[in-house]
Design a protein around this ligand. Structure first.
Ligand code: ATP
Ligand code: MG
Length: 649
């Protein structure tokens, strides 16, 4: 844990929506009287029928139920679009930047977005989609992805977005799981100059489906690439929309009606179909988008996460649109055609708030300072990350190069399951400590548990749990409620178990140490992966690192390191020694690695998270037990690492 503490800047404290006094006051109220607090916050939405019940929750595993605003009625799409029209019809809602730099940017006003959504909603109805049906969306990062989600929400269909980088097998599993009859896709996607054969993948997926009920595939002609066409099943989206009226009344939904299913990243095993509902979810993501990013009317905001992940759902669609924000959506990858693209994009659209992931930052950092060369990023006011712990080294670099040494970096901890940000700084309220997600959001009661299930008081380290419900909590694993209970409510009594470990320091700040499954136990010392990896990344030669435990005769477990070196660094035995000593010196002799393997690439989920369970199997030479690797971004990385491991042994 670094001792560095970066005070809230003067301007931030004075101008922010939430300063420290306000945070403390609101937080206290949210814990002391959650019903009053959330009843007030829910007024940020338009309710067709006001709720009279705020919260009805039990975390006891025999009687598990989670209900928020349960007799209230509203429509999520109407809250994201219609209600802004009287005042903001002509405000830009969405700025779309294509993969190819210099190609035409497309802008939608709120009125235009509303019209597109209504047409598609009518199109879906024409295809027989009804309230409660699951619609699978497999699209690239184009406006249609948000439009499709909102169109579903408008008519009460449940969307299930499958990340556009997934394979046919992965799509098939998700189509089966949701019993989808309709899939929305595109001929091809474009990422980093390459085409992704989306329609072809869907065709293939249908052959993999166990019990395919798919009747219609709606196809966006995006690249005009060649595709197979099945007259009976495939529908040209443009043709369908041509006939649709731009007028589509929104369905009245109960607050607890499902809004969407979304699968977790699969870092720890088979992805879980997380189900989120309407009223609590929208209240929470809207409130957190506004207060955490300190979003002010007129600002331009860019969430870089793919919409296929929860970050995209909550903070590139529902949260910001509920707040009438102006959003940027980018089709491609941050380092195409070169590592300066991200900075140029920010400058071009004068973006004020950027939400990204540590993996993107580490990738840019590996190329030195070229990522920002020749750009003026003074438009940036706030930076934020999610998805993985941000190593303090990457934090400082990002703060310096993109944040002009002033923009706060908000390290936001949360999960697909939590729907919204749970532990996070706020720009005008929270002194920052690089590497710490800092303090809980309103209504969130984190606690640390020891191995015997006792709550740890004060500073300490343990399993991170949440003691009471918050409105955007998942309600079940779609089709497998028992797995929901077993996974989250059976490890610790009357608590939601996050599966992550954390430390709490003297200031009450939380430091996520990594997944509990990945925790190392070296000679009786429990160590999180985050700390050792951050120490490695802090060495100037290391771009990225992952550590796992391997069996060790004396210590029980030893530390095995996979290190990716920076662009111009040569691997050598000396460097191996140097890194070993470096970790000893940075953390202590207990953390001395047993072995360091060079890794040109690390196995990551499609959302950019390191899959340590795969690395653990490689280090233990259990090559045939790699487990579910369907969400791996690049399966070849695994073969390379196995070859390298064999050579090392
Ligand atoms: P699966 O649950 O299928 O294994 P996953 O946990 O990777 O996949 P997500 O819901 O996308 O799926 O990721 C949530 C996890 O990401 C958290 O539990 C945590 O381990 C990690 N994480 C997210 N944000 C942060 C953060 N700011 N700091 C540290 N870890 C984070
Ligand atoms: Mg998880």
């Amino acid at each position: 844990m670094s001792r560095e503490r970066i005070a809230v800047g003067e301007t931030y404290r004075e101008q922010a929506l939430i300063n420290n006094e306000r945070y403390l006051d609101m937080y206290q109220r949210s814990i002391d009287s959650p019903e009053t607090f959330w009843a007030e916050q829910a007024q940020r939405l338009n309710w067709r029928k006001p709720f009279t019940q705020v919260k009805d929750v039990s975390f006891a595993k025999e009687d598990l139920h989670i209900r928020w605003f349960e007799d209230g009625e509203l429509n999520a799409c109407e809250n994201c679009l219609d209600r802004h029209l009287p005042e903001r019809a002509d405000q830009i809602a969405l700025i779309w930047e294509p993969d190819e730099e210099g190609a035409e940017v497309v802008r939608y006003t709120y009125a235009q977005l509303h019209e597109e959504v209504c047409k598609l909603a009518n199109g879906l109805k024409a295809m027989g989609v009804k309230k409660g049906d699951v619609v699978t969306i497999y699209l690239p990062m184009v406006p249609l992805i948000s439009i499709s989600m909102l169109a579903c929400a408008r008519i009460g269909a449940i969307h299930s977005v499958v990340f556009g980088g997934f394979s046919p097998e992965a799509i098939a599993g998700r189509i089966d799981d949701g019993h989808s009859r309709i899939v929305i896709t595109a001929d091809e996607g474009k990422r980093g100059g390459k085409s992704v054969p989306l329609k072809h993948n869907v065709d293939n997926a249908l052959e993999h489906c166990q019990h395919s009920e798919v009747e219609k595939i709606l196809v966006l002609r995006h690249t005009q690439g060649n595709i197979d066409w099945h007259e009976q099943r495939d529908v040209d989206l443009a043709e369908l929309l041509k006939e649709q009226s731009p007028d589509c009344p929104a369905e009245t939904m109960n607050a607890e009606d499902p809004l969407f299913i979304l699968y977790t990243s699969g870092s720890t095993g088979k992805p879980k179909g997380v189900l989120h509902t309407t009223g609590g979810y929208l209240t929470y993501v809207s409130l957190s988008h506004e207060t955490v990013f300190d979003y002010k009317a007129g600002e331009t905001y860019w969430c870089m996460a793919d919409i296929g992940w929860i970050t995209g759902h909550s903070y590139a669609v529902y949260g910001p649109l509920a707040n009438a924000a102006t959003l940027v959506m980018y089709e491609g990858v941050p380092n195409y055609p070169d590592c300066g693209r991200m900075a140029r994009l920010i400058e071009k659209h004068q973006i004020n708030i950027v939400y990204t992931a540590p993996t993107a930052i580490r990738a840019l950092m590996a190329d030195g300072d070229t990522a920002v060369e020749g750009t003026d990023l003074s438009c940036i006011r706030i930076l934020a990350t999610a998805g993985e712990p941000i190593n303090p080294e990457a934090w400082r670099w990002f703060h310096d190069k993109f944040g002009n040494n002033t923009a706060p970096i908000l390290d936001t901890w949360w999960q697909t399951e939590t729907g919204g940000m749970m532990i996070t700084p706020m720009p005008g309220a929270t002194d920052l400590k690089p590497g710490s997600a800092t303090r809980p959001f309103f209504g969130v009661q984190p606690a640390l548990m020891d191995n015997d299930g006792n709550e740890i008081q004060g500073a300490g380290e343990g399993s991170l749990v949440i003691k009471d419900s918050w409105p955007s909590q998942m309600r079940t694993i779609y089709g497998d409620h028992q797995r929901f209970i077993d996974t989250y409510f059976s490890t610790f009594e009357n608590c939601y178990f996050s599966s992550d470990g954390a430390k709490r320091d003297e200031d009450g700040y939380y430091w996520i140490t990594g997944r509990m499954d990945d925790v190392l136990n070296v000679a009786g010392h429990r160590m999180g992966t985050a700390e050792i990896e951050s120490a490695l990344v802090a060495h100037k030669t290391v771009a990225e690192a992952a550590v796992v435990g391997i069996p060790h005769d004396i210590k029980g477990q030893g530390i095995y390191v996979y290190a990716t070196l920076a662009a111009d660094v040569e691997a050598s035995e000396e460097l191996r020694k140097e890194l070993r000593n470096w970790v000893r010196q940075e953390i202590g002799p207990i953390a001395t690695p047993e072995a360091i393997q060079w890794a040109p690439g690390l196995p990551k989920t499609r959302s950019g998270k390191i899959m340590r369970r795969v690395l653990r199997k490689i280090a233990c030479e259990e090559y045939d037990q790699l487990g579910d690797t369907s969400t791996l971004a690049d399966p070849h990385v695994v073969d390379d690492l196995i070859a390298e491991h064999k050579a090392l042994a």
